[in-house]
Write a protein that binds this ligand. Structure first.
Ligand code: IMP
Ligand code: MG
Length: 423
């Protein structure tokens, strides 16, 4: 399989977790490279549901090494809970199958508090963040005042750095009318998490290069999606990391020319959680999917906004990420739709766009130009092969792959491993 980067081609929640789990079968190492516990990857294995936030979805297969790279921001309390939660479900997380970068930045309680307070200040212009402190944690990283995992596991150093950071952040919190934090309490909680996580913390750059020299195959697990990328998304309605393929290099320390392939995951329709433009948003398809009990956020439980497939967006994602192969998920979500619409261009006044304009305000004013496809009106969730898919579904899949400009590789018709059709 060589080294593969897997990214979301839309606004996140494309079903990356499931595809990672499937592709991990052929990989040795799975590396998460960006984001934090704002992510929520739902994976079903043998009728059991697993929701992962920080730990790569590769953990659900035996004898795979899962790595959290330097580009991730780690909430240590959340991570410890996630490890305990997995062990209750009989998934063992040990320093043998899970390693955490010593240069990954730590999410602290003032980040979460500031995240919430800034959203309040923004009022109707709020981003709709997950309130996990992601933006402020990356902000501190860029401002060079962040604490890293290497600091957390070094007791005296952590205490000294935390004292300074809490002092400054408490001033900011007070100015915003929020409650200051207790240094003692934060220290105690984080020290306990630090002690627990210490055996997992390592120099992951060196470790990954050693694995590469041994000829091991690596899978880079993207979180969120292309249009939530800090640089390439619908700024400011984005997350604070580089979710796109380039982030896999900076977020892991593996150089670009050692990457062999980029897989883009996209739903057969479009969803988004949080605020910001979504040109193909449609009440019709939102109601349909929510009515089926689908499309509620795995991290916050919020109903996702739903819309028709937007090929302007996915084509743009192919360009930015260099997507070679496509995995289309949730095809079964469209099983009952009579006429399926696909956005093929945007209209803005007299101007026609076949790429995504950078300005979020312009994008919000864009009207989609639609092509229509006849629905297949048959359940697809039991289909195991391409041939078993209704011809109209095949036609739809081929069309959206062609419009996206990449090769159709996987069609997924449900959450289970066996609901995966290799094309
Ligand atoms: P933040 O990452 O919590 O700062 O949130 C910023 C934006 O990204 C919000 O619109 C969130 O809903 C969205 N977001 C963050 N993580 C995910 C995810 O894993 N899936 C979908 N949307 C996400
Ligand atoms: Mg998700």
């Amino acid at each position: 399989m060589a080294n593969t980067i897997l990214v979301g081609a839309q606004w996140g929640d494309e079903g990356k977790g499931k595809i990672i789990d499937v592709l991990t079968e052929q990989a040795d190492v799975v590396v998460r490279y960006a984001g934090g516990n704002n992510a929520g990857h739902t994976v079903w294995v043998g009728g059991q549901k697993y929701v992962l936030h920080l730990i790569p979805s590769g953990i659900l297969r035996k004898d795979k090494l899962c790595v959290i790279g330097n580009g991730v921001v780690v909430d240590p309390i959340g991570l410890v809970n996630e490890i305990h939660g997995l062990s209750k479900l009989k998934v063992k997380v040990t320093p043998k199958n899970f390693v955490l970068s010593e240069t990954a930045h730590v999410v602290l309680p003032y980040h979460r508090e500031l995240d919430a307070q800034r959203e309040v200040l923004k009022g109707k212009n709020k981003i709709g963040t997950t309130k996990r402190g992601i933006g402020p944690a990356y902000g501190d990283k860029a401002a060079r005042v962040g604490l890293r995992m290497g600091d957390l596991v070094d007791a005296p150093r952590f205490e000294e750095k935390l004292a300074r950071r809490i002092k400054e952040n408490n001033e900011v919190l007070k100015a915003l009318g929020a409650k200051p934090l207790s240094f003692k309490q934060v220290l105690a909680e984080y020290r306990a998490a630090g002690d627990f996580l210490k055996p997992f913390v390592a120099n992951t750059v060196v470790l990954l290069h050693e694995a590469m020299r041994r000829g091991e195959d690596m899978l880079f697990e993207g979180a969120q999606g292309t249009f939530l990328d800090l640089d390439h998304g619908t700024y400011p309605y984005v997350t604070s990391s580089n979710t796109t393929a380039g982030g896999a290099c900076t977020g892991s320390g593996i150089p670009p020319h050692r990457m062999d392939r980029v897989v883009g995951v996209m739903k057969a329709y479009t969803t988004r959680v949080g605020e910001g433009p979504l040109p193909t948003e449609s009440a019709e398809i939102s109601d349909l999917l929510h009515g089926m009990g689908r499309e509620f956020g795995a991290t916050t439980g919020r109903p996702r906004r739903c819309g028709w497939f937007d090929s302007v967006a996915t084509r743009h994602a192919t360009m930015v990420n260099g997507i070679d192969d496509l995995a289309v998920t949730n095809l079964d979500g469209l099983d009952t739709v009579e006429t399926i619409r696909v956005c093929i261009a945007y209209r803005h006044g007299k101007k026609r766009y076949d790429f995504v304009p950078n300005d979020a305000e312009t994008l919000a004013q864009c009207e989609p130009v639609y092509a229509e496809f006849e629905g297949w009106s048959t359940p697809t969730d039991k289909c195991k092969t391409w041939k078993q898919l209704p011809v109209k579904a095949q036609k739809y899949l081929k069309a959206i792959a062609e419009l996206t400009g990449a090769k159709l590789f996987i069609a997924s018709v449900g959450p289970g491993r066996d609901q995966t059709i290799f094309v």
